[in-house]
Every structure is written in structure tokens, then in C-alpha cells.
Design a protein around this ligand. Structure first.
Ligand code: C5P
Length: 223
């Protein structure tokens, strides 16, 4: 069954309050660089003490030795999930996998902020963004990663080709009218094959975050 991940893109005190508010729900809590740099261990320990799964979204990309040491530190912090860039290459990915223990390593393919222009910048031979994303997802699989971060638009193909855990951000509760399919609802993402849906602002900016989480868990994820 699909899981819900809450992106804690908040200042530390607000993030700590949200953890208290949502205590008791089966959630993954995603901590990115800003919150990690502000809150460090205090925030990672609070996530674990409140019985949530910990997702460190640090999108690592460095020489194999440095990334591998960072993976070990993430393991020591109790991370359940950790992101790294597949663009770091096979050697970096395989080295990270060799020391991951029970941390699930998730590969970032191309950031959604990158488009066809980025392929031109890299001077790659890929015809389009989708070709490159599928190649990088396949690389993640070959390196032994556990999953990939991808958009709901890509998830069907990636799931079919790799069978990896698919983590999907870009989710909105109600898709806007005349939606260009850049954002998807939780139900649409799960129907397309998302294993974990990531939602931030739609939850913590809602009037009642607890009620919003409950609604998503009950009606969409079939808890
Ligand atoms: O608030 P919102 O639901 O848009 O938050 C989405 C989260 O997903 C953010 O933490 C953002 O960093 C993350 N994200 C990602 N990869 C993308 C797009 C968003 O990890 N391609």
C-alpha cells in the first residue's frame, strides 16, 4: 500500500510543532537541507521519537568516498530513506549502496527545474528529458538503489521498467481546471504507480493539517 510523506519545509520550531500535531499517524517525515542545517540532530531525533519514518532529502552528489561516508552518517542518525543524485555516476552509487545498511537509497534523476535547455547545457546525446530520466532510473536500478524520485507523469514508465520504489512529489489535493498535467492528485499518482507520495504545503498550510492527513490516508491511500 502507498505511503504518505510530509515535506517538513518549515523553520525548526514550526516543524517540531507539526510533528507533535501529526503524532500517531503512519507517516514518513522528509527533512531537506534548510531544516537539517537549522535543526540537525534535534529534528532527526524528534522525527524518530514520535515514531515517524525519517527521510533525509539531502540529494548527495560528490566523490564516491565522501558520499559513502555521508551515507554511513545518515544510517547512524536513523534515516530510513536518503536521496542522492544518479548523475553522480555508477561508482558513486555503487559505493553508497555498499555501505547503506538498512537505509533505503533513493536516486534523483533530473530535477523538475531542469528542462530541454539543461540537456543542451550538458551537451548530451539524449533526444529529450524523458529519455534521460529513464536512463538515469535504469542506472539507479543497476547500481542497486532502492528507489527513485520522479514526477507522476513519469512514474508509470519507471515503475514498469525498473520495479523500484517510486517517490512522487508535485501532488496537489485538487488538480486545477485545464490542468496541464504538471501536478497530480494523490489518487492519480497512486493509480499511476507511486509508492510514496510527497506533500508539503498542501498539508502544513491547510487549516487543519491533522484532518488533511487523515483524509489523504483514509480516502486515497485506503488505510
Ligand atoms: O510543498 P510541496 O508539496 O510542493 O513540496 C514538495 C516537496 O518535494 C519539497 O520538499 C521539494 O523539495 C520536493 N521535490 C522534490 N523533487 C521534485 C519536486 C519537489 O524532491 N522534483
Amino acid at each position: 500500500m502507498a505511503k504518505l510523506c510530509v515535506a517538513l519545509d518549515l523553520p525548526k520550531e514550526e516543524a517540531l510543532n507539526l510533528l507533535k500535531t501529526l503524532k500517531g499517524y503512519p507517516l514518513i517525515m522528509k527533512v531537506g537541507p534548510p531544516l537539517f542545517l537549522e535543526g540537525g540532530r534535534e529534528i532527526t531525533e524528534a522525527v524518530k521519537e514520535n515514531n515517524f519514518e525519517l527521510f533525509l532529502d539531502l540529494k548527495l552528489h560528490d566523490i564516491p568516498n565522501t558520499v559513502t561516508l555521508a551515507v554511513e552518517k545518515a544510517h547512524d542518525l536513523g534515516a530510513d530513506y536518503l536521496t542522492l543524485h544518479t548523475l553522480g555516476g555508477m561508482e558513486m552509487l555503487q559505493s553508497a549502496v555498499s555501505r547503506k545498511g538498512n537505509v533505503k537509497l533513493l536516486g534523483v534523476t533530473l530535477l523538475t527545474s531542469h528542462d530541454q535547455n539543461y540537456l543542451g547545457f550538458l551537451k548530451t546525446a539524449f533526444g529529450g528529458v524523458e529519455d534521460m530520466v529513464l536512463y538515469l532510473a535504469q542506472t539507479a536500478k543497476e547500481a542497486g538503489l532502492d528507489g527513485v524520485v520522479c514526477s507522476a507523469g513519469e512514474v508509470e514508465k519507471i515503475k514498469k521498467r525498473t520495479g523500484l520504489i517510486t517517490v512522487v512529489p508535485g501532488i496537489r489535493l485538487h488538480a486545477p481546471p485545464q490542468d496541464q498535467k504538471r501536478v497530480f492528485t494523490p489518487k492519480e499518482a497512486v493509480e499511476r504507480g507511486a509508492d510514496i507520495i510527497v506533500m508539503g504545503r498542501e498539508i502544513y498550510r491547510s487549516e487543519n493539517p491533522k484532518k488533511t492527513v487523515e483524509e489523504i490516508l483514509n480516502h486515497v491511500l485506503g488505510r
